[in-house]
Design a protein around this ligand. Sequence first.
Ligand code: SAH
Ligand code: SF4
Ligand code: F3S
Length: 452
Amino acid sequence: MKKLFIKTYGCQMNVYDSARMADLLAPLGYGMALEPDDADMVILNTCHIREKAAEKMYSDLGRLRRLKEQKSEAGGSLLIAVAGCVAQAEGAEIIARQPAVDMVVGPQSYHRLPEMIARISRGAGSALETDFPAEDKFDHLPEENAHQGAAAFLTVQEGCDKFCTFCVVPYTRGAEFSRPVAQVEAEARRMVEAGAREITLLGQNVNAYRGAGPDGEMWGLAQLIRRLANIDGLSRLRYTTSHPRDMGDDLIAAHSEVEKLAPYLHLPVQSGSDKILAAMNRGHTADEYRRLVARIREGRPGLALSSDFIVGFPGESDADFTATLNLIRDVTFVQAFSFKYSPRPGTPAASSEKQIPEDVKNARLYELQELLFAQQCEFAETCKDQVFSVLLEKPGKKHGQALGRSPYLQPVHVADAAHLIGQVHDVRIAAVLRNSLKGVLANEAETMAAAQ
Ligand code: SAH
Ligand code: SF4
Ligand code: F3S
């Protein structure tokens, strides 16, 4: 039995891809290793979104080179593969910079890994696959054997045609592509059979989903969600990441009509300044975003929002930044990811002459995060004494404790609930901690009250 170690950086789509690479290599005799030291092959599944993410990969590669040398001195060997978005963006440069690397494979070509491994074992040197192949990788992957647990992720859409001026994704993942409805549904059913109670549909622009339907028509995300909501045993559906421009009326209606759809939406806005939104090529104004949120909340009162923000985009003035703070105050978010703008090679914004100094970026990020954290805490306070259906995912640190997530993705720990792991259970929020909630199993009366 050979051993495989995969390190995953970046977004949930990479997490999904890593699981599929493990599925792909299992028939070649690879079981999973818990650390690189025990592995015969290491895959770094990389992210190119910000400079730091890419640099981390090179420092990991340095360590792996030394490990490879030690192993070969001891008569063993180690195959090193770089997959994911840095592989796609930098290709052969990676091997030039770190010759210990055997394989470089892009996110749309990893179904070719077995063939690449065969080429290397024939002594053909290193292998590079970074084309966007004509064939669809999903048609060439084996059925998933890695059991993802109660909360599972399912990629339904990939790639991006939006070309925001700061972003590498359209270059690393290629054009928008959606998997057919039947393929997605079959995978979702297998996940539920294997114990999934919640499925998150993934895509770089998941609400741009347009997949071939069983009736020969092209289906949108709302239709796909309604179809999957019929699966018995599935309690909850989520989707991420969505773009404000693709929030169609049918999807907004699904939020009010499909009970299994979580009352939570990740809807990145990036900035609250119209000037910056235009320079980013986001295709909407700040007020259009405000109105969109109001419409979604009209149909689903209490819908909680999360978002992504970039501070220090080229040309961002104090007034532009204040507009972002104002938008946050108007909309209110229960959670958010915020980043300093990071110039990425080959993207239009990177060559702008209006770059913002690092200290200004730092100060803005600090102020933005303070505001967002205050909103997160305020929301958490409103959860006290409420009864939520919580998906209990795994054991907690304390004996008998279970860790789960609220409908709003807040971590919840529940005492004496380890026997319920893998299930959705009603939980009363007993206390609000800094980054999590403390829950107790709700009694029957509370459960009935919550259902009304
Ligand atoms: N498709 C999603 C986002 C994918 S990338 C969308 O359109 O919103 C995830 C987040 O990384 C982005 O929302 C953005 O906030 C951040 N990001 C992307 N490129 C960045 C860059 N060059 N510098 C800083 N943050 C960036
Ligand atoms: Fe990147 Fe914009 Fe596409 Fe999102 S929509 S992946 S931010 S280019
Ligand atoms: Fe990173 Fe690629 Fe995801 S750049 S965020 S791993 S799509």
